[in-house]
Design a protein around this ligand. Structure first.
Ligand code: PAF
Length: 293
């Protein structure tokens, strides 16, 4: 198939490399203004992929968007006239809130949402390390995408394990709960994920999870607080040596994904008139840091 990866950061480069190795024609769309881009995964030889070629984008059957959430709407607004109306658009990023905008922006295209737990680390601009095996879930965000379950075979063949989720929003909410718990705290304190096991964070973590759980239930997601707490704890342990993406954004003075993580939670909480003071305070703390730059 013809597949374009829009925003080849760590996760995008990982998928680009695996999809290429599975025999697909993979092209990139990136902020680098060059006709080709090299991508190396682990110790495998580097691949040279086409970059920013409007014709290649036009011929793509699948557009895998691995941009960070704050960039999705802006970049797709700029390139949508190069995207065929039948091309399947897949959004794969931390946080929630982009799908509604893209549904309106590109009403003809099947829209699929994805979440992945694969670990990827960008060692250098063109070199990605696959640091942890994970699982990828795909699911329909609009009516047309309900026909797209075939994507599971395409993606599974490239990088297992991939499954279709009939309620992808529920899977995204579980990931959002993990990100609400881990990302702001590690970013504010500039610590690795594993340091959240310290007793000083116990009450705060519990309160974040309890607030997220109430909002999830109001949104119709089957959430149980103790299960969410176990899930967060498992991710903290499994990624204990890692710096979260928000920790990295704050450390490098880049705008974070806070509006699409805790910010999305606050919007939903407000809609249901649920108080979420702990998450509100974390949101403000990140905003204050970002405003200092
Ligand atoms: O954003 C991140 O860094 C990751 O989603 C996670 C799971 C919190 C691990 O660091």
């Amino acid at each position: 198939m013809n597949i374009s990866i829009v925003g080849p950061g760590a996760i995008g480069s990982l998928w680009a490399s695996y999809l290429h190795d599975a025999g697909h024609r993979v092209c990139l769309w990136s902020r680098q203004n060059t006709a080709t881009l090299a991508i190396q995964r682990d110790d495998y030889p580097s691949l040279l992929l086409m970059n920013n070629d409007p014709q290649a984008l036009q011929q793509s059957d699948i557009i895998l968007v691995t941009l960070k959430a704050p960039l999705v709407e802006r970049v797709l607004t700029n390139i949508r006239h190069h995207i065929a109306p039948e091309a399947v658009v897949i959004l794969m990023h931390n946080g929630m809130g982009t799908a509604d905008k893209i549904k309106t922006l590109m009403p003809e295209n099947p829209l699929v949402l994805a979440t992945t737990t694969h670990g990827a680390y960008r060692k250098a601009a063109n070199h990605v390390l696959h640091t942890g095996q994970g699982k990828t879930l795909l699911g329909a965000a609009n009516h047309k995408a309900k026909q797209c379950e075939f994507l599971v075979d395409v993606f599974n063949h490239a990088l297992a394990e991939v499954a279709w989720h009939d309620e992808i929003e529920h899977a995204l909410w579980n990931k959002l709960a993990i990100n609400c718990a881990i990302n702001p705290l590690t970013a504010i304190h500039q610590i690795r994920n594993g340091e959240l096991t310290r007793t000083e964070f116990r009450d705060q973590l519990q309160s974040i999870i309890s607030e997220v759980c109430r909002v999830m239930q109001a949104e119709g997601v089957d959430a149980i607080e103790t299960n969410l707490a176990v899930m967060v704890d498992q991710v903290i342990h499994a990624t204990s040596n890692n710096f979260s993406s928000m920790e990295q954004d704050i450390a490098h003075q880049r705008a974070s994904e806070i509006d699409f993580i805790t910010g999305y939670l606050l919007k939903c909480a407000n809609k249901h008139k649920i108080g979420v003071p702990t998450n509100q305070a974390l949101f403000q703390a990140i905003k204050q840091i970002e405003q200092r730059w």
